[in-house]
Design a protein around this ligand. Sequence first.
Ligand code: PLP
Length: 404
Amino acid sequence: MCKLNDNYLKLQGRYLFASIAKKVANFKKSNPHKKIISLGIGDVTQPLAPVIIEALHSSVDEMGHKDTFKGYAPEFGYEFLKNAIIKGDYNSRGVDISIDEVFINDGINADAGNIQELFSVDNKIAVCDPVYPVYVDSNVMAGRTGTYDKDAQRWSEVIYMSCTPDNNFVPDIPEENPDIIYLCFPNNPTGTTVTKDQLQFLVDYANRVEAVIVYDGAYEAYISEDNVCHTIYECDGAKNCAIELKSFSKRAGFTGLRLGYTIVPKELKCSGTSLNRLWARRYGTKYNGTPYIVQRAGEAVYSETGKEQIKKQIDYYKNNAKIIMEGLKAAGYSVYGGVNAPYVWLKTPNNMTSWDFFYYLLEKANIVGTPGSGFGPMGEGYFRLTAFGTYENTLEAVERIKKL
Ligand code: PLP
């Protein structure tokens, strides 16, 4: 008889964004004439840069000719893309990465959820609180998180590292040592990040307690400040403890095209076994490669023209973030993030809960944002706005909020 993985039954609520989409759809139904502006889900709105479109066109043409047609891609990615990544994202920052440490994927979400498969279910995870929900949910599915306390909104076997204005959103070393530490810097949802020294401190800690760091750098392209690492491998000893995930989604508008990569250094060992070897084994079994045309599009991101065009897009979103930050500050809100990330994190006014503020903003200003409580218990009382809207909508949204 078929038996369920009943860990799935422990998952809390609907996936955050699905639940927001449903609430917004209901609002639209009863208010069909209202112009809703979404600063909610973190999806880009600018079209792909021309250089990427050119790369797509020419690689599509290659697929239509007998001599240049490509079937299955190499399981870990084409060398042309891996070499571009190594040169553009690592060597340029003084970091050596070898070609078999790079695993090309179709966006990092799946790897962020799947990487935990390498580790025993006895391992204890630590997450920043608040943070992107995939790390906890994928460990719930695996049966690693214990029981859920609805009142505290916490899993019994998860170590929560609070990131609030009180500690400047820098996680403190937890009292109990974790085995796996998920870090996301610049952070989604708070838009805040850590300095190089602070990250080095966390790397040293992980090495000391023999924990593995899963480092999600999805928003690296938005870093503006000089003392912030663009890769965790800028820290000494990080190759001994850290796996890094990097996405093309927010960096170059690939949310619909799907491309990212995972770095698993060869030095990284768990119980004496190379995680690179195990991840390669898993990849070869469960993943059949990212499409050729998408990898060619990714390669174009690293060309000189690509870099210029993509910088313009990122500057566009960063300007939106600035508009939101300045507008909300002028309206008297306490705001955080927004400098090294496309996210602005705000304290809800008058001690409203995150969801109360969600409804308030939707009903009174017809703006959609994301309730902070969806990202962890310490997100309660906070709210996330994203800079991924159009410039015009961002301006209008900020004016509407100011008038509330
Ligand atoms: N990690 C973080 C922190 C994210 O915010 C997101 C998407 O919003 C992802 C990973 C997923 O990225 P991808 O589109 O590459 O799957």
